[in-house]
Ligand binder design. Structure first.
Ligand code: BTN
Length: 340
């Protein structure tokens, strides 16, 4: 990808770095010969050594054994463009990702990149936001370098109806994919944009679209995931309601592998919606993942407040509430809280 001027530092990896890391990661515990690496890169053996030294300065470490070659013995536990690309390639995710160690908001940067003529689809990925934004004008706590913040910009140029369920489908795909990283935990989606585990929120989604009269020009899907952060260190106001995947799993997760899985899921959800190829019915896919079904919830719709039992979503994506008088109310937009 070409780069544009931005006030934030874009960190990229060279093609050589990617090729070296790919060979070593694919080899696992085995050694990769120096002659193979120099042949692949078309450079001398001492030049390979120089490139490995450079990778060491970024937190990688290698074992070098005469007549056998090199093997990878340490990978930094931070986002790294070559590692992200490696995991994306394994999954078949094709979205080019721009990595910023620090950014104001990945949604903002996606917008800036687009206004500087970067063509969608592309992703902006970071592990530290200084002005993370949530729904309804709220802040999104994003200071920890152990979390994941990413946005994907698409240029659909289609009528909005075709993408009206995009965020819900993205949530479904992401939730299923993340579940494979934390098999013992019970990941759920809280209508409409939150990912929950054991009654606490660990991720939130924010989709922002730019429209012409009857078409969506750009759609930016943003997600923040509390990955390896410690909830005890969260600000007071969210400490009791938020969690991280590390906290529920008991082990740190691979940031690059998770970022690739999320990019893959967003891409899949988008393509499904664009092609009208969602094989399952939305309400059926949603049911088993819903954090609300069967629970008493209060929905705030403008200046109205209604309390009822959540009973799934309809085909338009609205949340269905069974009210005490036996009627069903569809909640199309708004904020929903669980009654204790
Ligand atoms: C919410 O739960 O209110 C939605 C939170 C969305 C946060 C993500 S983090 C990546 C992207 N950039 C932002 O500024 N916001 C979204």
């Amino acid at each position: 990808m070409n780069t544009i001027d931005t006030e934030y530092r874009l960190e990229s990896s060279s093609e050589d770095e990617y090729v070296i890391l790919k060979e070593l990661l694919d080899a696992g515990e085995s050694f990769v010969s120096g002659s193979l690496l120099s042949e692949l890169l078309g450079v001398s053996r001492p030049a390979i050594w120089g490139k490995l030294e450079k990778l060491k300065s970024k937190g990688f470490d290698f074992e070098a054994v005469r007549n056998r070659g090199y093997r990878l013995i340490e990978v930094p536990d931070v986002l790294h463009p070559a590692l992200l690309r490696y995991h994306q390639a394994k999954l078949g995710s094709t979205i080019g990702a721009l990595y910023f160690p620090v950014i104001d908001s990945t949604n903002n940067e996606a917008e800036r990149q687009y206004s500087h003529r970067r063509k969608g689809p592309f992703a902006v990925v970071s592990s530290c936001q200084t002005q993370g934004r949530g729904r309804l004008g709220r802040n999104w706590h994003s200071a920890s370098a152990e979390n994941l913040y990413l946005s994907v910009l698409f240029e659909p140029n289609i009528p909005p109806q075709q993408l009206q369920h995009f965020t819900l489908w993205a949530g479904i795909h992401i939730c299923r994919k993340l579940q494979s990283f934390v098999p013992g935990a019970d990941l759920r989606i809280k209508w409409p944009n939150d990912l929950f585990c054991e009654g606490r929120k660990f991720a939130g989604m924010l989709t922002e679209a730019r429209m012409d009269a009857d078409r969506i020009n750009t759609i930016i899907f943003g997600i923040g995931i509390n990955l390896n952060s410690n909830p005890m260190q969260y600000p007071e106001e969210i400490r009791r309601t938020a969690t991280s995947l590390h906290a529920v799993h008991g082990k740190a997760l691979d940031l690059n592998a998770v970022a690739a899985a999320v990019l893959y899921s967003v891409e899949k959800a988008y393509n499904n919606c664009i092609k009208g190829e969602t094989k399952e019915a939305l309400s059926q896919a949603w049911g088993p993942l819903s954090a609300l079904d069967g629970k008493t919830v209060t929905a705030i719709m403008g200046d109205r407040e209604i309390t009822g039992t959540a009973s799934g979503i309809d085909e338009s994506g609205a949340l269905l509430l069974q009210l005490p008088d036996g009627s069903t109310q569809a909640v199309r937009a708004g904020d929903v809280t669980l009654k204790k």
